[in-house]
Design a protein around this ligand. Structure first.
Ligand code: 5GP
Length: 214
């Protein structure tokens, strides 16, 4: 019998800026090196230490808009004046090939992915309090006062989107948040609906009594 692969899983980690989704995703990537990570495209300037094709694909507005016009994004959004987008083809090719992909994107983008690909797993990362969020945004030292204030003012609207997700991870103690995220990944991998072909292959051996030893 020919094995037909089940599709890979699209994991979407999202949440307010400063929730710690980047840190959680870095930990997940080192725990699951086989998990594909989608490198986003952006029109913002690279920060110190960021590398083309590793942190992001850095593009001009014109280049980005050209790609929008050719429907090359699974989703894209304007986040604080800059475009960010997930290149469509590499993600869908991997999923169709049975490989799973992790996206770390903002809330607008996650909702667009959900419209197009509702069978994805949508994980909302939230900081334990507004005070913690504010401390993290100031602490990481990457944004101006103006940007931080805008990010904080978006929080009420962003929190109201949480109920559209499948899972919520409160990122208070990082290790615990990472452990919870791993548990979500593992549980989703075991869902019967995601393993129909594999189950069929295994069960058919029992039915056909394909016993090799003895
Ligand atoms: P940063 O500029 O700090 O790297 O990212 C700003 C925000 O953009 C973060 O919330 C990050 O998750 C989000 N982001 C990064 N890549 C993408 C993407 O491909 N699509 C969308 N919609 N948001 C993204």
């Amino acid at each position: 019998m020919q094995d037909i692969k089940d599709k890979g899983i699209l994991y979407v980690v999202s949440g307010p800026s400063g929730a710690g989704k980047g840190t959680i995703c870095s930990a997940i990537r080192s725990i699951y090196p086989e998990l594909n990570y989608s490198i986003s495209m952006t029109t913002r300037e690279p920060r110190i230490g960021e590398k083309e094709g590793i942190s992001y694909f850095f593009r001009t507005n014109e280049q980005f808009e050209e790609l929008i016009s050719t429907d090359s994004f699974l989703e894209y959004a304007k986040v604080y004046d800059h475009y960010y987008g997930t290149p469509k083809k590499p993600v869908l090719d991997l999923i169709n090939d049975g490989q799973s992909v992790l996206l770390e994107i903002d809330i607008q983008g996650a909702m667009k992915v959900k419209e197009q690909y509702p069978q994805g797993v949508f994980i909302y990362v939230v900081p334990p309090s507004l005070a913690t969020l504010s401390k993290r945004l100031y602490g990481r030292g990457t944004d101006t006062e103006d940007v931080i204030q805008r990010r904080l003012s978006e929080i009420t609207k962003e929190l109201s989107m949480a109920h559209k997700y499948d899972y919520i991870v409160v990122n208070d103690v990082l290790d615990i948040a990472v452990r919870k995220t791993c548990a979500i990944l593992e549980a989703e991998k075991c869902k019967l609906s995601r393993n129909e072909n594999q189950v069929e292959t295994i069960f058919s051996q029992y039915i056909n009594k394909e016993v090799s030893s003895k």
